[in-house]
Design a protein around this ligand. Structure first.
Ligand code: ATP
Ligand code: F1X
Length: 311
């Protein structure tokens, strides 16, 4: 199995508040509140660990509330290469209604100074050669410029790493300039990357192909309950997940990304890569925790995923 680095520049403590129905402007009573050390790259690491890989996690972590992250890293056996920054890692609130609807309230993250940004680059220069691949996922904290992110991706690639990248907005556009190996936009992020929302499948295909023409080998377009379209040198593939009971969609994209990386690193045939990854993502929406909770359930979901080659 591979040694994988995940970078979460703006991790979060996810506070998932479960309630029957959200009534905005009213006093709401929750059923439970779950607090988890999270953020996209950390969630990806959890899934990759369950798929058998050995993980190093890095990024910027607020020094004042690092404990839940450190506990997770110890429990999971992750090597902790996070640079500590003054202040707190943000808390992101996820309002999870009984219907499966989720309302995300994500914080901006701590202010990260130039010295800490340099420290992370220096640390990555030291360790990069140990890895086959880096997964860079999630937003930027305050003080970090999208162009710094572009430089970071170029630097990782300069060390010979494949980069899988999942981001949004200006940071996504800047990262794309570095032509990472793989990106995983959703429809909205594809629109942000290409300047307009595609009106139909033909238009989104043309947008994806324009990105691939810029040197991005793999584009995994995630489309919520409608599944995945995957554009790669192995052709264009589509997967439709079975209907599942939704607990929380938070982290579904991270699960999809992790499992795509897993299948591609394993060198599996395209159909198997996409089938497994779609099942891992569908399983993720049935649970509140990150990672692969129930292997038997995963197999049942995988058997029900529909995959077809589009070209
Ligand atoms: N209701 C659902 N049922 C089954 N699979 C789902 C459902 N919602 C999402 N998925 C799976 O998870 C994948 C990722 O979901 P989505 O497209 O919402 O990602 P995302 O926007 O990156 O999400 P997030 O950023 O919250 O992780 C989808 O491509 C699909 O395979
Ligand atoms: O604000 P960002 O960095 O874009 O997204 C952060 C986040 O919503 O992404 C993960 C789910 O993908 C959550 O664990 C986390 O709270």
């Amino acid at each position: 199995m591979a040694r994988i680095l995940t970078l979460t520049l703006n991790p979060a403590l996810d506070l998932t508040v479960r309630l029957p129905t959200l009534a905005p402007g009213e006093v709401n009573r929750s059923e439970s509140v779950l607090s988890q050390a999270a953020g996209k790259g950390v969630n990806v690491a959890q899934v990759l660990a369950d798929l058998g890989h050995s993980l190093t996690v890095a990024g910027f972590l607020g020094a004042d509330n690092a404990q839940p992250f450190e506990a997770l890293f110890r429990r999971r056996g992750f090597i902790d290469a996070f640079v500590r920054v003054p202040g707190e890692t943000r808390s992101n609130i996820k309002l999870a209604e009984g219907t499966g609807r989720i309302t995300d309230i994500n914080g901006p993250g701590p202010e990260v100074g130039e010295a800490q940004q340099d420290a992370l680059l220096d640390r990555l220069d030291l360790v990069a050669a140990d890895f086959e691949i880096a997964v860079v996922a999630g937003s930027l904290p305050r003080g970090v410029d999208p162009q710094w992110l572009r430089e970071l991706l170029l630097r990782l690639q300069g060390h010979g790493l494949k980069v899988a990248f999942d981001c949004s907005g200006a940071a996504l556009r800047a990262g794309i300039e570095a032509a990472p190996w793989l990106i995983k936009p959703n429809d909205q992020e594809l629109a942000e990357a290409c300047g307009q929302l595609a009106g139909n499948a033909e238009e989104s295909t043309a947008q994806v192909e324009s990105l691939r023409a810029r040197g991005i080998e793999q584009v995994v377009l995630s489309q919520g309950p409608e599944g995945v379209r995957w554009f790669s040198p192995q052709g264009v593939w589509q997967a439709l997940p079975p209907k599942v009971e939704v607990a929380s969609t938070v982290g579904a994209g991270d699960s999809l990304l992790a499992a795509m990386v897993h299948g591609l690193l394993a060198g599996w045939p395209a159909e198997r890569v996409l089938r497994r990854a779609t099942a891992v993502a569908a399983l993720a929406v049935t649970q509140f925790q990150f990672g692969i909770g129930d292997a038997q359930r995963l197999q049942r979901i995988e058997d029900a995923v529909q995959v077809q080659a589009l070209s």
